[in-house]
Design a protein around this ligand. Structure first.
Ligand code: SF4
Ligand code: SF4
Length: 256
């Protein structure tokens, strides 16, 4: 019998596996750096952030190197010791950069067991051939008095989906490609003459009965604070137990 273990395996310079092995059960959170559009949706929905570490330490199991206070060349880093392999980030990830593999199979357990409802998404293909999906409705406004072409161009390049482009002295937004991710609004804080406001109003068409887990996820994604009721704990083991019992609903359903 082997003890539970967690480890990070660099498959190559693009793909990393974050592995949690328990007995003969292996959960892998797979991350592909080239697909990541640096939107930080994953950081917002991670239940480790929402519950145990929340506001006090601002710690999380996933986020940009800045958010995680870790030095890395990667766009996103995962703290495998804190990650509970619930797969919420992979369900939400607009860039299809994350996948939860359970015993080698791609799984969306929280959707399959009804903890998270299905929601509509719009998929678009980017110039580099990668796909991106839009999952929230809302709006974006850009006010700019910037006249310097190179600064306008530099700001347009901040958007990883290619939704921003320079047209004469203006910044144009391709609303189809914009996933309302706050990346440009955060970046605009470093541009004196450019101001961006992003509003996320709601998820695009949610099917099914939203529960407390979903309510918290939705609030966080919409840019507010939300705690996941039922998995709030100051204790990492209790948090894992709670998430495991959510995940194990699948087995109970199977028995009925
Ligand atoms: S949600 Fe996906 S695309 Fe967005 S930052 Fe996280 S890994 Fe990258
Ligand atoms: S335009 Fe801004 S909000 Fe829209 S996808 Fe690009 S960075 Fe995100």
């Amino acid at each position: 019998m082997s003890l539970p273990s967690k480890k990070t395996i660099e498959i190559d310079e693009n793909i990393t596996h974050y592995v949690h092995k328990m007995l003969n059960h292996e959960m892998v959170l797979k991350y592909e750096d080239s697909k990541c559009v640096q939107c930080s949706f994953c950081h917002r929905v991670c239940p480790v952030t929402i519950s145990i570490y929340d506001e006090i330490y601002k710690k999380t199991a996933i986020g940009t190197p800045d958010e995680m206070k870790i030095d890395s060349e990667k766009k996103i880093v995962i703290d495998v010791d804190k990650c509970i392999h619930c797969g919420l980030c992979s369900i939400i990830c607009p860039g299809f950069a994350l996948e939860l593999l359970i015993n080698g199979e791609n799984k969306l357990l929280l959707i399959e067991n009804g903890s998270i409802p299905e929601f509509k998404e719009e998929i678009h293909v980017l110039k580099n051939g990668n796909k991106v999906r839009k999952i929230v409705d809302g709006s974006i406004t850009i006010e700019s008095n910037e006249k310097d072409d190179s600064i306008i161009q530099k700001f347009s390049n901040e958007c990883a989906t290619g939704a921003l482009s320079k047209k004469d002295k203006n910044i144009e937004i391709d609303k189809k490609l914009c996933i309302l991710c706050f990346k440009c609004s955060e970046a605009s804080k470093n541009y004196e003459k450019i101001n961006v406001k992003v509003f996320r109003d709601r998820f695009m068409n949610v099917n099914g009965e939203p529960g407390s887990v979903w309510n918290a996820v939705m609030l966080r994604v919409l840019g507010k604070e939300g705690k996941i009721k039922g998995i709030i704990s100051k204790n990492q083991n209790k948090l894992i137990d709670s998430m495991m019992s959510l995940l194990s609903k699948e087995k109970e359903t199977g028995k009925d």
